[in-house]
Design a binder for this molecule. Structure first.
Ligand code: SAH
Length: 399
């Protein structure tokens, strides 16, 4: 049987300039015409109004995000050599960012590294490959070979986003693509601290690597402090605070599982005298309720890093209000000269909206306040387009 002709698309004018400007996503309603129906995961070539090559990308007829752009400019063959050079670029980008004290970091950050719908994290000698785009399923053998040859890992774990699970042809989330089996978390080093990553089933790829630098900032602010880590997960911020000389750290999370991991992470680092000297407590509760009810002025540093509060655009407004309320409650718990670390990972809430809500909460407290720093993702998480810049963090000292 003759193979079908190449899938060709043309775009509406506005979308054409967006793609020319480097944006990697083409939505279904931006497509003006196409030569035939496309199949999930096949390559689509995008042409401009004058029938000139514009870009090539992964096509997905089942997603409103119809094309994820792989390449723009001149036509190019998308083959193993193409991906090899893309991987080399991503690795080169990080060459100066890694140090002997850190073996857990992001190697490939999706679209922003030229790998649409694909994330690759390293935890010690385990690689975690997380896929969000259906096209990668067919390319898995090529990917596996490329990763083994280039990175020589001990193990590769496959993680699949929810939308891929139904299409994976029996491949399971948490499958071992290479190397020995695994029945628990992987221990890795971040800035000299040891942590567990729940690579098989945990959120994201098992740890929140995107907060690395914000955790390091917390370390510098924690000397002598009583610290509350709200939405603590496995205690990432807490270990840095402890090493920074915090007197006590309280991890607050709804998940008993996360708090168990936080306890183990403290145990993993007891060799550090400052961690050993820090009192560690855990509270399993709904942070939205607990923060409202806790005793005022009982902490010197409070971290508030909730899960995404706006999963879709329609939840944006309510999320902004929730951030305001949550951080107002956190500010009430701070003693004079205490520090609030307010983070948001909601992609649908802009920096302006989030920072606005936190500043409003600070103003309404009637107390003097000073902004120490406004930050974003760790440097191994490059973000080249607006939707990729989801993480926002404000460090604020209150009088
Ligand atoms: N700050 C963490 C990441 C936080 S992820 C880090 O740096 O690693 C969000 C966490 O919020 C998860 O652990 C989740 O269990 C917890 N969570 C979700 N809803 C919650 C709620 N209502 N109250 C308390 N914790 C909650």
């Amino acid at each position: 049987m003759k193979p079908p002709p190449r899938l060709k698309l043309s775009l509406k004018p506005a979308a054409e300039s967006v793609v020319r400007g480097g944006h990697p996503w083409i939505y279904s309603d931006s497509i003006r015409s196409q030569n035939r129906e496309g199949e999930a995961g096949e390559l689509a070539v995008v042409y401009d109004r004058r029938d000139r090559f514009l870009a090539i990308g992964f096509y997905d007829p089942d997603s409103p995000l119809r094309v994820r752009v792989l390449h723009r400019g001149k036509p190019a063959a998308i083959d193993a050599a193409f991906w090899r050079s893309r991987l080399d670029e991503a690795l080169a980008w990080r060459e100066t960012l890694t140090d002997a004290q850190t073996n857990g970091f992001r190697l490939v950050n999706g679209e922003s590294d030229g790998w649409p719908g694909l994330v690759l994290d390293r935890y010690a000698d385990t690689l975690v490959l997380k896929l969000y785009a259906v096209a990668w399923l067919e390319l898995l053998p090529m990917l596996r070979e490329l990763l083994v040859e280039t990175l020589r890992p001990g193990r590769i774990v496959l993680r699949l986003s929810r939308n891929l699970l139904a299409k994976s042809g029996g491949l399971e989330d948490g499958a071992i693509l290479y190397g020995p089996p695994l029945d628990g978390p992987v221990v890795f080093l971040e800035s000299g601290l040891r942590f567990e990553a729940e690579v098989l089933r945990g959120q994201k790829t098992g740890f929140f690597l995107d907060q690395h630098e914000n955790r390091r900032r917390v370390e510098t602010l924690a000397r002598g402090a009583e610290v509350l880590n709200a939405f603590s997960f496995s205690g990432g911020f807490s270990l840095y605070a402890a090493r920074g000389g915090a007197k006590s750290v309280t991890d607050l999370d709804l998940s008993a599982h996360a708090l168990e991991s936080a306890k183990r992470n403290f145990d993993l680092n007891r060799g550090d005298p400052r961690v050993a000297a820090c009192r560690h407590e855990t509270v399993q509760a709904d942070a939205f309720v607990w923060l409202e009810q806790a005793k005022a002025a009982s902490f010197d540093l409070v971290v508030v890093d909730p899960p995404s509060l706006a999963k879709r655009e329609s939840e944006r407004h309510r999320a902004i209000q929730a951030y305001g309320k949550l951080n107002a409650a956190a500010l009430r718990l701070l003693r004079p000269r205490g520090v609030l670390v307010a983070a948001s990972c909601s992609a649908h809430v802009s920096g302006e909206e989030f920072f606005g809500a936190v500043r409003m909460a600070a103003r309404s407290s009637g107390r003097r306040f000073e902004e120490l720093e406004v930050t974003s993702h760790a440097v191994d998480h490059p973000a080249t387009f607006p939707e990729a810049r989801y993480l926002k963090c404000l460090f604020l000292r209150i009088g």
